[in-house]
Ligand binder design. Sequence first.
Ligand code: TRP
Length: 411
Amino acid sequence: MAEKKIILTGDRPTGRLHIGHYVGSLRRRVELQNSGEYDKIFIMIADAQALTDNADNPEKVRQNIIEVALDYLSAGLDPEKSNLFIQSQISELTELTFFYNNLVTVQRLQRNPTVKQEIQLRGFSDLTASAGTAETGTEPQSGDVGRSGAAGYIRGGAPNKPAGIPVGFFCYPISQAADITAFKATTVPVGDDQLPMIEQTREIVRRFNTTYAPVLVEPSALLPEGESCMRLPGTDGKAKMSKSLGNCIYLSDTSEAVREKIRGMYTDPGHLQVSDPGKVEGNTVFTYLDAFCKPEHFEKFASCFVGKKVSFSFASLDEMKAQYRAGGLGDVMCKNFLYEVLEDTLAPIRERRHKFEQDIPYVYEVLRKGSEAAREVAAQTLAEVKRAMKINYFEPGVLDALIAEQSEKYR
Ligand code: TRP
C-alpha cells in the first residue's frame, strides 16, 4: 500500500489574513486541496499557539478565529475537502506536547532561529543573557521597554506581566511537533521561517520512534514556489508585510482601500521623471506583479497602458519590465495595472467573504465539525503513542497482563 499523503498546516489567529499569506500559503493550499493528490488535509487555526505570546489578550485571539476562518473559506478552502479546526479544542495535542517535552533539550530550543528572532521582535527581555548564564544569541536591545528590573517585572508595564520569555512561547516548536504528528502529516506547506519547526518535528519523530516504537511519521516541508511568493514585502517596501507596520493589503480590504494602498506604494525612489530609467528589483509594484500577474492580464487590462501622452502594448511582464527599465513607463500606469491584476484575484474572494459573513452559524458549524473530526484522529495517535510508551495501563487487555506481571514480583 502506498503511503498516505496527509497535509497539516495552519495560522495563528492574531489578525486578518493579508495578500502575503495568500501568495505565501493560502493560494497553494487551495491548489493542493483541489489537486486530489492528498488523502487528508487538515487546516488548523492555531489559537493555543497564538496564546503563547498573547496570554494577556485572549480576546484578540478569540475575535480573530472567525476572521481567519472567513479568510480561509473565501480564499477557496472547502470544508468538504479540507478539515478546518481550532487547535485548542484538541486537548490530545497538549498531552502529546507533554511527552515530547522530554525528548527536547533547552539548548536545542535555544538554537531555533525563528524563535530567537521572534523573541527579539516581541521585546521579551532575555534575563539569562544579561546574567551571562546562557547563550541564546539574542543581543540585548538598548531602549528595550521589555527589559526588566531586578524583580523580573516589566518596568512601567502591566503589573501581572512578568518580563522575560514565556515558557509556553519558548516551547511552541514542541507543541507544533504535536500538531503535525497528531495527524501523521507527511507534508507541511509553510513559509521558510517555519523550516526550523519542521526540522525540530523530524528530530522528535526520530527520537520517539527509536526510543519507543515506530508510530510517528516524519513530515516534510513544502515551500511556496517562486522567490516573490516566499515573502511579499509590505506596501512600504519593507521586507515583511505585518499588521504592526501598517503595510498590509488584507484579503478583506475593500476595493477602495486596495486602490489607496497601491497609490501610496513604494516603487523606485530613483525613478523621479517618467522618462528616467526605472529599477524593477526591490520595486514593490513589480514584486507584487511577479506574484499575481498572469499572461492573460495584459490583454484583459490592456487599457491601463493607454495614456493621454504615451501608450504601450505589452504581451508579458518581461516586456513591461524592459520598458520600465528603459524609461518612459510611469509609476501611475504600473500601479493602475497592478490594481486591476490584484482585483482580479481579490474581488471574487471579497464577494465570497461577504456571503460567508452573512452566515456566521455556518462558519462555526464548519469549525465545530472539523474540530470533532480532528479530535478523533489525534486521539487515535495519542493512544498509539501511549501504547508505545507503555503508559496505557488501563487499556483493555493491558491491565490483566500488568497485574500478572506485577503479581509475579511478589509471589
Ligand atoms: N507557527 C505557524 C505560524 O506562525 C502556525 C502553526 C502552528 C503551524 N502549528 C502549526 C503551521 C503546524 C504548520 C504546522 O504561522
